[in-house]
Design a protein around this ligand. Structure first.
Ligand SMILES: [Zn+2]
Length: 411
């Protein structure tokens, strides 16, 4: 089998992924996302394809699917939980796009067409894509996140976003023996601190904040991070509130028990969570011990109300729990102690800290995963510093390709 590939986006960068593969006459597209920056970034226009595979629901992987299904008569293979969360995130991005006033690549009517084209696959299942078979494996990144294995006389594994360590919410991905490996490399050159240590320091900090009479505001991504954090908080003594999109995501996860590590524990955690459903509850939550809310990078959503309430209170704290992308309000707060409230930059006096709860494999984990797959050739993607990991892999004897967006590669 000969496979030709091109990145429509997300090759030499993190975000807007689109991997076009032509294998045995089948034209396959893996992910088609957008980078939700200001202004948003889109991948190159996709030519017609036979079938689309979606690895997971983050917008940089699914955000351009409605553009595709508005033009071509094609199905999108993905897990059930991914299809529901993708719909939720796409709807939200249409709303944000309208508010920001950028020209939109599609409208909500196009999006509805996309949702009807989702075709469910489960881990371990195989689908036919022309002469090629494609098998789904768990990628460990967030619930439902999938790696796809193309099977012919040779096999190719596409990881999507990858996490190999177990978290409270999902079990880590296991290597799959393959001839060719197309692997994400977001954390090339960087490692994460051990998760247990990060969890311990977050709990320690919450204790300190509540002991001094303050409130801990925890901005967290609605998809995955929020649920991991309520699983951590469920056995603590703190009263924790949840506001924003995480509430809808909780309900979707409960409908897909197969997608999480322990539905029993997640249900217990959700039952202990106080949901903010109206303004009165919002006022009570702002005086509580802990508030988990979106957006995770402080770029909008209910988190701004909470931050506004605590920002002059030195007893309270803002505890960031995810990567803060360049240009985000969260990054600005970390670097300058200032952040934007409705377009006005203002000083934040309360304590601000960041905790590394990444859902991506770190450098050493990526290296170990690649070795475990025993491939003959590796394509690194979805990274802006791929060379560091490529160097380590090459010194172990692997052939490594680093195609940039638009550059053809052969497997
Ligand atoms: Zn992701």
């Amino acid at each position: 089998m000969k496979t030709e590939g091109t990145f429509l986006g997300g090759g030499h960068e993190v975000g807007r992924l689109g991997i076009l593969l032509n294998s045995e006459g089948s034209r396959l597209l893996f992910d088609y996302g957008m980078t939700a920056t200001d202004p948003p970034l889109y991948p190159s226009p996709s030519p017609p394809v036979d079938l689309v595979f979606l690895t997971h629901s983050h917008l940089d992987h699914c955000g351009m699917l409605p553009w595709l299904t508005a033009r071509y008569d094609i199905d999108i293979i993905t897990t059930g939980v991914t299809s529901e969360i993708a719909a939720l995130l796409i709807e939200d991005s249409i709303k944000i796009g309208k508010a920001e006033g950028y020209p939109q690549p599609y409208d909500s009517r196009d999006a509805k067409i996309a949702y009807r084209r989702f075709d469910e696959i489960m881990f371990g299942d195989t689908v036919n894509a022309g002469r090629v078979q494609v098998k789904a494996h768990s990628a460990g990144h967030i619930p439902g996140a999938t790696m796809y294995e193309l099977q012919d006389d040779r096999t190719t594994l596409i990881t999507g976003d990858l996490h190999t360590l177990d978290s409270r919410l999902v079990l880590g991905a296991k290597p799959v023996k393959c001839d060719y490996l197309i692997m994400e490399s977001t954390y090339s050159g960087r490692n994460h601190p051990p998760r247990l240590k990060t969890e311990y320091s977050l709990l320690k900090k919450i204790e300190e904040v509540t002991d001094r009479g303050g409130t801990a505001i925890i901005p967290s991504f609605a998809v995955g991070r929020t649920q991991e954090l309520i699983l951590l908080l469920k056995d603590s003594k703190y009263e924790f509130w949840l506001d924003g999109m995480g509430k809808s995501v909780n309900r979707i996860y409960l409908r897909h028990p197969e997608s999480v590590r322990s539905i029993k524990k997640l249900r217990q955690a959700i039952n202990k969570t106080r949901e903010v459903r109206n303004v009165h509850a919002r006022a009570r939550a702002a005086k509580g011990d802990v508030v988990l809310t979106t957006s995770g990078m402080l770029d909008g959503g209910p988190v701004l109300n909470y931050v506004n309430t605590v920002r002059d209170d030195p007893k309270s704290a803002i505890l960031l729990t995810g990567y803060q992308v360049e240009g985000s309000n969260g990054r600005k707060l970390l670097e300058t102690g200032m952040m934007d409230f409705q377009g006005v930059s203002e000083k934040v006096e309360c304590e601000v800290l960041k905790f590394d709860f990444s859902a991506h494999a770190g450098h050493d984990e990526l290296l170990a995963f690649a070795k475990g797959c025993e491939p003959e050739k590796i394509v690194l993607m979805h990274g802006d510093e791929r060379e560091i990991l490529a160097g380590d892999l090459r010194s172990e004897g692997y052939e490594v390709l680093l195609p940039r967006n638009g550059e053809k590669f052969s497997l």
